[in-house]
Design a protein around this ligand. Structure first.
Ligand SMILES: [Cu+2]
Length: 534
């Protein structure tokens, strides 16, 4: 389908209201349904799945420290409309085809509300996964103001459920953030970037197998999928009319596998003020920003000198980012258009403060251990490529068991040809550095031999992160404190096709021996309620 660009208005997701407030705690209900929605005005409506009958879902907006409860309700059909590979872990013949579980990405959430992939549930909670614990999730929102997103995380079909539309914004506000006088209200706009391919009838296309798939499995999972059209907030190549003033944009890359390297064709800079986990210490003036799957960027764009102009948000990332030698000349070079056509309603008194916040940077010496973990690819039993975390599959015994409050360094090395955006649940981390190693040497010896100095993160990565891009031949070191909850969480590649096919591992946050005086209090499976405040 050849869809015209910049003919549809950017949709703005509404803010969700709670069903009720009880004992000062807001209680929300969010129902997942199937419906048809217009994703481009010259295309028939598309069958999608969404939260609260909209794709993307409504915005959940909370204040720091405000505890809320959410009942995520599955009212989806029992048949999936996208191709399921039943050889993939957790998607076998004995499991119901349509299962959902919701993860709040970047949220510091107790284990029993974190959306563990095996804690899935079907329509009406008729069937539930082996780790299902409760229908109502609780979010304490103890973390700093930032851009989070909720999305599906069901074992074996996350790539299909998110591709079908199951994603939405979750914003944490704070008094500190509000005191900064950043652009707000209608001058603060969420931008969820996703890519989709459509059949002629407007339906979503997702491949049933790879062209060179050596198996007779059908459907058979693909290595990664990138769509031909870029959607923002659920519209293909939309436009947004703006006033000649500053705007704040909350960007999320919600694509299955695509990297973006965004810039403005007016050659203006972005003022990046935040990363995945919150504000940077100082704004970073930057011409282009790389966004791997699930990464966020909080940016300000100043349109004040652009009256009457049309500015295109460009994507400079190649399809196989960053290795593909071809320059990407396709439609996916374009994301959306800003039209500086609205009159200035009132003087722009918002600011970009030179100091945004203080970040407590962990020191390397504070780490109690370093885990060396390798991101690898090999052939599966059918002859397809499979990507693993440290040579282990989802069902292998758990090997990462940090103790509560431990600070650890995770050193992630990637000898595979593609990049992997690695995401840890529960924690937000900081990037220590990156270092290049000799991949040929690794392939022969399985030893890492470094061939560069350690390189500190770029200024706009020097803050709180929950996704780290580890590219070919790189070791990335991250540092995190495993707190404030014990229990079982996951870490995984956020290329959803990798995550679904074994590039995901559980990890446990445990109580160390010297912490064992607390052990006698343990009586439930996840411990998280008891140790919430330790
Ligand atoms: Cu990956």
């Amino acid at each position: 389908m050849n869809l015209l660009k910049f003919i549809d208005k950017l949709p703005l997701p509404r803010v969700l209201q709670p069903v009720r407030v009880k004992d000062g705690i807001k209680y929300y209900e969010v129902t997942m349904t199937e419906f048809h929605q217009s994703l481009h005005s010259s295309m028939p409506k598309t069958r999608v799945w969404g939260y609260e009958h909209t794709y993307p879902g409504p915005v959940i907006e909370v204040s720091k420290g405000e505890r809320i409860r959410v009942k995520w309700i599955n009212d989806l059909p029992s048949k999936h409309f996208l191709p399921i590979d039943k050889t993939v872990h957790g998607a076998g013949k004995d499991t119901p085809e349509v299962r959902t579980v919701v993860h709040l990405h970047g949220g510091i959430t107790p284990a029993d509300s974190d959306g563990y992939p095996d804690a899935w549930f079907t329509n009406g909670f008729k069937q539930v996964g082996p780790f299902f614990e409760q229908e109502v999730y609780e979010y304490e929102n103890l973390q700093d103001a930032t851009t989070l997103w909720y999305h599906d995380h069901a074992i074996g079909i996350t790539r299909l459920n998110i591709y079908a539309g199951l994603a939405g914004y979750y914003l944490i506000r704070s008094k500190h953030e509000q005191s900064l006088n950043l652009p707000k209200d209608k001058y603060e706009i969420p931008l969820l970037l996703q890519d989709r391919t459509f059949n002629k009838d407007g339906s979503l296309y997702y491949p049933k197998k790879e062209a060179d798939d050596p198996t007779n499995i059908y459907p058979s999972i693909v290595a990664k999928f990138m769509g031909e059209n870029i959607l923002v907030n659920g519209k293909v190549w939309p436009y947004l009319e703006v006033e000649p003033r500053k705007y704040r944009f909350r960007l999320i890359n919600g694509s299955n596998a695509r990297y973006y390297k965004i810039r403005l064709d007016s050659n203006q800079p972005f003022y990046q003020i935040g990363t995945d986990g919150g504000l940077l210490e100082e704004p970073v003036t930057i011409k282009s920003i790389i966004l791997g799957p699930a990464e966020r960027a909080d940016v300000i764009i100043d349109f004040s000198s652009q009256k009457h102009n049309k500015i295109v948000l460009i994507n400079d990332a190649k399809d196989e980012f960053p290795e593909d030698p071809k320059i990407n000349q396709s439609n996916t070079r374009f994301i959306m258009q800003f039209r500086v056509t609205l009159p200035l309603l009132s003087n722009d008194t918002s600011t970009i403060p030179p100091k945004l916040t203080d970040i407590n940077f962990y020191k390397e010496q504070e780490a109690i251990r370093t885990r060396h973990l390798e991101l690898i690819a090999q052939d599966d039993q059918y002859g397809r490529r499979i990507r693993l975390l440290d040579y282990k599959t989802w069902d292998d015994p758990i090997t990462e068991k940090p103790a509560l409050n431990d600070i650890e360094i995770w050193s992630l090395s990637n000898p595979t040809t593609g990049g992997h955006p690695i995401h840890l649940h529960l924690v937000k981390f900081q990037i220590l550095d990156k270092q290049l190693f000799d991949v040929e040497h690794y392939e022969k010896t399985k030893q890492i031999k470094y061939i560069s100095e350690r390189m500190p993160p770029a200024a706009n990565d020097h803050g709180w992160k929950d996704v780290i891009n580890v590219f070919h031949g790189e070791t990335a070191r991250i540092i995190a404190k495993f707190a404030p909850y014990t229990g079982r969480f996951v870490w995984h590649c956020h290329i959803l096709e990798h995550e679904d096919y074994e590039m995901m591992r559980p990890f446990d946050v445990v109580i160390r021996k010297e912490q064992s005086r607390l052990k006698k209090l343990i009586y439930n499976k996840t411990w998280s309620h008891i140790f919430k405040n330790t």
